[in-house]
Structure formats: C-alpha cells, structure tokens
Design a protein around this ligand. Sequence first.
Ligand code: ADP
Ligand code: MG
Length: 703
Amino acid sequence: MQNINVSEIFGSNVFNDTVMRERLSEQVYADFRRCIDEGAELSKDTANAVASAMKDWAIEKGVTHYSHWFQPLTGVTAEKHDSFISAPDAHGKVIMEFKGKELIKGEPDASSFPSGGLRSTFEARGYTAWDYTSPAFIKEDAAGAILCIPTAFCSYTGEALDKKTPLLRSMEAIDKQSLRILRLFGNTTSKKVTPSVGPEQEYFIVDKKKYLQRKDLVFTGRTLFGAMPPKGQEMEDHYFGSIRERIGAFMKEVNVELWKMGVTAKTQHNEAAPAQHELAPIYAKANVAVDNNQLVIEVLKKVADRHGLTCLLHEKPFAGVNGSGKHNNWSLTTDDGINLLEPGKTPHENIQFLLVLTCIMRAVDRHAALLRESAADVGNEHRLGAAEAPPAIISMFLGEQLEDVIWQLVNTGSATSSTQGGKLRIGGNLPAFSKDATDRNRTSPFAFTGNKFEFRMVGSADSVASANIVLNAIVAEVFCETADILEKADNLDLAIHDIIKKYAVEHQRIIFNGNGYSEEWVKEAERRGLPNLKSMVDAIPALVAEDTVALFEKFSIFTRTELESRAEIQYEAYAKATNIEALTMIDMARKQIIPAVVRYITVLADSYNSVKNTGLNLDSSAQEEMLTEVSKLLGETKRALKVLEDEAYAVKKIENMELRARTYLEKVMPAMAALRAPVDKLEMLVDKSMWPMPSYGDLIFEV
Ligand code: ADP
Ligand code: MG
C-alpha cells in the first residue's frame, strides 16, 4: 500500500496562510490578514488581488470552475459552478478570469431553497457573500476540481436564508460581550474572543448492495421495519474494537480527502453499535468547524460509495440499536490563547472562571427549551430520550469538583476549596499518573469535560450551526447583562462575588450529575420545572417564544420574521419527512411484505395439505399452528396498513403547517408503529429466503 505523507498532503487543496504569503504582495497580504483576524472591511483592490491569486493557484491545480459554497436551510450544502472562462474575443479565444466582485458576491436563484415564506418566488433573488474567515478550498471528484468559496446566503432584502449568516452574527455577539467580561478582570490585551468548536461525527456503514435492497433506507435514511437480530450490541464488543480491513481502507481514504481540504480529521474509532463509527476533527473556530463538518459528511458519503459501502448519517437508522449524534464541543478562546473555560487546578480561586461558569449556567437554564430546539431535526426525534442518547431534557453535568465548588457557593456564600484528583495507581510496574479531578458522565446532554462543554444532543445528519448559534447567543446575553451591572459597580470584587453566588443559587436546578437515562430523572426534572420536549414538534415553539425573539433581536442575529420563517421550515420538514416515511411503509407493505407473506402461507398450506393427504395420520400440528399464527399476523398487518393509509391521506388536507406537523406526530407516527409491530413479528416467522429484504443482522453484522 502506498505511503501517505500527511504533512505534505495536509491543506494542499486549501488557499491557506502559507499560499497567501507566497502569492500575495506584502501589502495585500497584510491587508487581507487584518480583514480575517480583526474583521476589518475588505477593499476592492485587495479583493481583486486576492481573487487573481486564488484563480492562478487554482488553475495550477487543475481547477476549471469556482463555486460559491453555502448552507441553505435544507440541511446540506449547495453549490453552483461557474467556469473561469471569459467571453471569447474576436478571434474566438477565451481567457481565464476571476474578479474581486465575483469572489465577494454571487447571485444564485434563491427560489428553490426553503425560506419559510420569507420571500415569494417572484422575489427570487438571493445573494451569496464571501465568508473570508473560512478558507477557500478545492474539491476534487469525478466531476473535476472545483474551487469552493465559503459564503453566507441571504435574500435581496437582507434576510438570512442560511445557517452561516446567523452563525457569524452570533460569533460577533459573543466576541464583543466576552471582551467586556475579560476587561473587568483587567485583561487589556486580548483583542478577540472566538467560540472554538470540535464536532465529533458518528455514522453507520453498511454494504451498498444490501442498502439498495431496502426502500426504507433509500428513501428515508432509516429502517421502517426490521426485527432485532439474536445478537445486538449487548456484548459491547464493537466499541473501540479493532477496525475491520474493509472499513479501515474506507477510513484511510476519507482521511486523505479531508486532510487535503484542510480538515483536521484526528480520531477514528468504532462506536457502541455494530457497524457504527466515529470521526472527530481537532477543534477550530466555530464557522470553520461548521464548514468542515459539512465536508466531513460529504466525504464520508462519497468515499463510502467508492468502496461499495453506504454511509448512513440518520440519527436512528435501526430501532433498538444505538443512534448517531454529533457531540458539539464548545469553548471560548481569545486571540492570545486564553480559554475562558479553563478552570485551572484550583477552580474555587479562579474567580473569572467561576463567573463564566455561572453565566453559562444561567444561560442554559434560561434558554433550555431553545437549546433543545437547536438540536431538533427529523431523525433526532427517534434518538433523543431513547435510552442511549441524551434525554430530551436539558441539564448540565459539572463533575464532582465543580459541583462541590458550586455547592459551597450556594450554601456558604463562598468557595474555599477544590477537591483534587490525586494519583491513580494501576499496579504492576506501570507508573502512577495523576487523574482528572472528575470522572466522565456519558448520559448528560450538556457536560463539562475539563475545559469545554460538550453538547451531545445534536443529530448526526444535522448541521452543528444551529446549536452554536444558540450557545453563542444565550451566553452573550448573560455576559452582556452581567457586564452591564459589573461595569457600574463601586466595589467590583464584592459585586462579582455577589453575582456568582446569585447565579449559582438561582440556577442550581440545571445541574444534574446522575444518570440522565433513568426514569427517576424524568420525574425529578419535572419537579425542578425543567422542560422535557420529547418531540421536535413540541420544541419548535421555543424558536418564536418572546424571550427568544428578544434575545436574537438584541444582538441582530435573527429578526422576528426570520425566526417565524425558520419555525415554519421546521414544521414543514417534519411533515414532509414523515409523509415520505408513511408512504414508503405503505409501499413496502403492499408490494413487498404482504405478497411475501401470502406466498409463505401458500407454502405452509401446501405442506399442511400434503402431510394430511398422505393418509398416514401424521402430526400436522406444527404446520397448523404456524399457519394460524402467520395468517393472524397477516390480517393484523392488512388492517394496520388500512389505518395508516387513511391517516396519511387525511393529514394532507390540513393547511396549517404547525397543525399538520402535530397530526403527523400524533396520528401518523402511531399508525406507522402499529403497522411495524406485526410485520416485525412476521419477519421472525417467515422463511428467510422468502423475506423480501436484508435483515438487521445482514446489515449491521456483515459489512
Ligand atoms: P472525547 O470527548 O471523545 O474524549 P476529546 O476530549 O479529545 O474526545 O475531544 C473531542 C473533541 O473536542 C475534539 O474534536 C477536540 O478537538 C475537541 N476539543 C478539545 N478541546 C476543545 C476546546 N477547548 N474547545 C472546543 N473543542 C475542543
Ligand atoms: Mg466526546
């Protein structure tokens, strides 16, 4: 196998700092760097010079087209390719050109992207605007090499039509408000605070040929029928197990593709469920991390396909088997390398950290429903609260050490000690190593993990943009109100002390260090008044709640209209996806499952008759019992199918999108479950060679 020179290929397809240094004049480089680092305005001359250098660099790498790469509200990325060629001159010759204005702005037709009523089709104009803080890169595949320019996407009237625009706005807000907090503690040198994000991506890999035999996987991304195999994940032999060769070859190619585009794919391992895996990059600035995660998703799918495999990004492809999420690691970092979430060895003395921590407690408690909503996508519906992923209730895990500090604050008004980790002795000749002051908790949706928070609710198919928009915004809001008070305080030390205590007392209910999957927690959370929004349909209203609107309008992240349109898009997404699921089930039941069962019944009946007709008075009770059972389940299936057909038909008459989504949740979903139940039982009874599709066992144990 060919050796890979990682340092040579890493970033080889990125217009990064090294390339800019080489190709831009000193003046242009300095100007452009200032725009990237400090958000200075980009001049026309600089834009032209950068565009020209970018074009030359790209052409040398075999690029023929460029694309404004953006993230509309469909959940995937969009691109429209334009070639570099100019109009032919009088001699029929073309030149390759790329101007600053083409780099800065694009005008894709916006009418076919969801806007939730923001604009009617006759106002189809949309703009893409270059996000020069996320580097341009070259994407190579069978279609050739394309220069991709990360952009934000908005309407003619300036409303955001994508996930990037509000993300950038939220980053601006948290930057400004964090600096105010830092200044209170005498920091005069940090110039910028950026949210750092490291999203861990989980996914399933199945054999492509088998995948194609399952209409449910093809049309909806998840199995809508399927009995559990005799062996599930109970042996726990897959997690961190050695990686099979076929998967290994796939992962290797994924890494190379990602590294070329400057994505720092770092960790790969098997996950809890059979056929489930994870890929984590090294954390980056929030907007870059969001862009990179979209690339990870794209590359996983593309490379899997090349290897005769299919990558399933759905949050719950197999009922009863672990689902997939995207752990969103989040912290706040200054331009001079300070992490605001670093507690140090003695957090009780680290007043700045305690203030930041209690502000985050306040933010998460106040906007728990909104944070939960930020992880709402159709597939995640089946994962959240399903006894393996985080529950749908937002709580915060701090670990023993910090919980103890908070406890001291709440009970005595000040914290005077921090429990320490000590040494861990393993025995034998192994050296003792110092252990963390805190163990991990895998059941918490929002866990403090040393120097960052890990928000575990986000779904594997979803963009991490929404979660980070919300995190940045809710924390910015509390930082802002806190700075408003503290900047006016006569005795700053005392005021800080009081506010830390106040926040700790007021928001201690959000702290939970126990088992988040347990039934007791559900009750306890209810007693504490924490919202438990099980369905996406229940969570969407948080997007347009008055405190949400006030929050986002305060920092110009979303207008009320933008929020209303996003809620509408969410309802519609839920309704559409569930409709496709219902229709797929109907189709499979009618055309594949029922005919197969009918054939099997004929086989059973023939056998029964043959045995009877021998005249030997043989025992035919087995055939009789099987025939009875299978026929009974077939009848149940047929009746459940009729109910589902009726419900799926009725719901389409509902005009109001919210009501329609709710009806899918309350009527269609149960009808789907009622159809699945007898079919899964039948799968266990019918001759395997007659069952019309690969089973769970075939899919997850034989890759
Ligand atoms: P795990 O949570 O599985 O033990 P790690 O803690 O090593 O794994 O990191 C998980 C992810 O968190 C990685 O993408 C990593 O880069 C990211 N990460 C690490 N430190 C930070 C930080 N300070 N801020 C944001 N993300 C971080
Ligand atoms: Mg993790």
